[in-house]
Write a protein that binds this ligand. Structure first.
Ligand code: GDP
Ligand code: MG
Length: 454
């Protein structure tokens, strides 16, 4: 957005399109109140933050009666003069009202433009602006909680602390440079190194929370794999309590990845039913099996389903199970001989395992609890400071790269200017997280993912 665009008066519907009890239209900018006056001739005084019932007219004809709230800048969401019109949720009324605003000089708002204005007007920092979108999109408890932490600025505090430490260190080094000709005792390189290391540690600790944060935000990716006919599709259906995947007694039924999700203890699990693992000459099935292996590569946890009623054969648990977090799910307990169950339990060895019957819904609760426990094990000590956004993690990684470089330069006894340059780069990346410095590309990437009217 060009800066001149900040002066425009913008309009958009803030509620989902379609029929509804009410719809909210937002009008923001210098001419917001004037535009309102043209469609609401009854309006006398602007009483900030007080809803008024007004007649809205399309030229002379009454279009609707609406509850209108005016916010006088800077005490508004955006920091500008802002109007929220709560009209009846009729697509016709909404379209007409927006058209009228356009006729009177407003323009359509871009996605996220109201929140972008709030950020540019200093009403919130960039991580808080991101939190607004996160709250809207959070569809389970864990994601919601992390977005609230972001909004309250709890997560931002961690970045703020790192920023302060960096500024501190840079100013000490700069001061020494300024007074290097005087008889000041310069800070020992060893001490500078310690400070760099301690900041780097904090950054690395934060980065390490991202694998958990990603699960919190997007849900855990859990492929269901195993030999054909072991009951993978049955397990998917049983866990999501829906008849999603086709279940047949014929091996090789499932080929495409079939996704189904469910919530447990506030976490979202995204299950992927996959083609049974076997050697096959069928080209379609081959592709399906290839996809199953690909899913394993990016999985947060793998459910490896085995059929307890089948004899154990060599290589029935493939080697990837030992490289990725895998839970062995021993299925068909309802028709298995206890001798077989014992043998399978032994086969699974040190891998975590549960015995279930997908068909009879037995052991599923235990399985789910186990899955939750596996996720919880990855939670960092402080649940408040968890990275959930890739943008933050990427910026921290870049900052860490410069701190490592600073560390190397210190070891090589390089002059302070070089160390300061690296530290300044690290600071720049932290500042970009908080939006203390930004460019159009950063803003575009963030706000383009917002909905219109937000
Ligand atoms: N007795 C019994 N049969 C099961 C169980 N789970 C699945 N089956 C049966 O095993 C066959 C294969 O199941 P399916 O879910 O399609 O296996 P997939 O090929 O691994 O997806 C079907 O006939 C299912 O009804 C179970 O827990 N007990
Ligand atoms: Mg199947």
């Amino acid at each position: 957005m060009e800066n001149s665009e900040l002066d425009d008066t913008i309009v958009a519907i803030a509620t989902p399109p379609g029929y509804g009890a009410i719809a909210v239209i937002r009008l923001d900018g210098k001419c917001a109140f004037n535009t309102l006056r043209k469609i609401a001739p009854d309006l006398k005084d602007i009483v900030p933050r007080q809803a008024q019932l007004l007649s809205l007219v399309d030229r002379e004809t009454l279009l609707d009666q609406a509850l209108v709230t005016c916010f006088k800048g800077p005490q508004s969401y955006t920091g500008n003069d802002l109007v929220e019109i709560g009209c009846h949720g009729s697509p016709y009324v909404v379209d007409r009202l927006i058209d009228l605003c356009l006729t009177f000089g407003a323009r359509l708002a871009h996605p996220g433009e109201f929140t972008k204005r709030a950020f540019l007007n200093g009403k919130m920092n960039l991580t808080q602006a991101e939190a607004v979108a996160e709250i809207v999109f959070a569809n389970h408890q864990a994601a919601h909680q992390s977005s609230i932490n972001l909004l309250k600025g709890v997560t931002g505090q961690a970045f703020q602390q790192i920023r302060e430490q960096l500024i501190n260190l840079i100013s000490i080094l700069e001061l020494e440079l300024d007074f290097s000709d005087q008889e000041n005792e310069p800070q020992k390189p060893q001490k500078t190194k310690q400070s760099v290391k301690s900041i780097l540690n904090e950054i690395n600790t934060l980065i390490s929370t991202y694998s958990y944060g990603k699960i919190v935000r997007e849900g855990a990716h859990v492929p269901i794999v195993g030999p054909p006919n072991s009951g993978k599709s049955s397990l998917l259906n049983a866990l999501i309590m829906e008849d999603r995947a086709i279940v047949t007694p014929f091996p090789g039924t499932t080929r495409d990845l079939i996704e189904g999700s469910y919530h447990k203890e506030g976490y979202l699990f995204r299950l992927f039913d996959t083609a049974g693992l076997r050697t096959t000459s069928n080209p379609v099935e081959k592709i399906g099996i290839e996809r199953a292996y690909q899913m394993v590569q990016k999985a947060d946890m793998v459910l490896y389903v085995l059929d307890l009623s089948e004899p154990i054969r060599d290589g029935i648990i493939e080697s990837f199970a030992y490289k990725h977090p895998t839970l062995i799910v021993l299925n068909k307990a309802d028709i298995a001989k206890s001798k077989n169950i014992e043998a399978y339990l032994q086969l699974a060895g040190n891998l975590p395992k549960v015995v279930i019957s997908a068909k009879r819904n037995q052991g599923l609760d235990e399985l789910s609890k186990f899955m939750v426990q596996q996720i919880k094990l990855r939670a960092p000590a402080s649940q408040h400071q968890v990275l959930t956004l890739k943008r933050h993690c990427d910026a921290l990684r870049r900052a860490a790269k410069h701190l490592r470089a600073a560390n190397r330069q210190l070891t090589l006894n390089q002059p302070a200017e070089i160390i300061i340059t690296e530290l300044r780069w690290a600071l720049e990346h932290i500042d970009q997280i908080l939006g203390k410095t930004y460019n159009e590309e950063i803003l575009h990437n963030i706000f383009d993912h917002f909905c219109i009217g937000k």
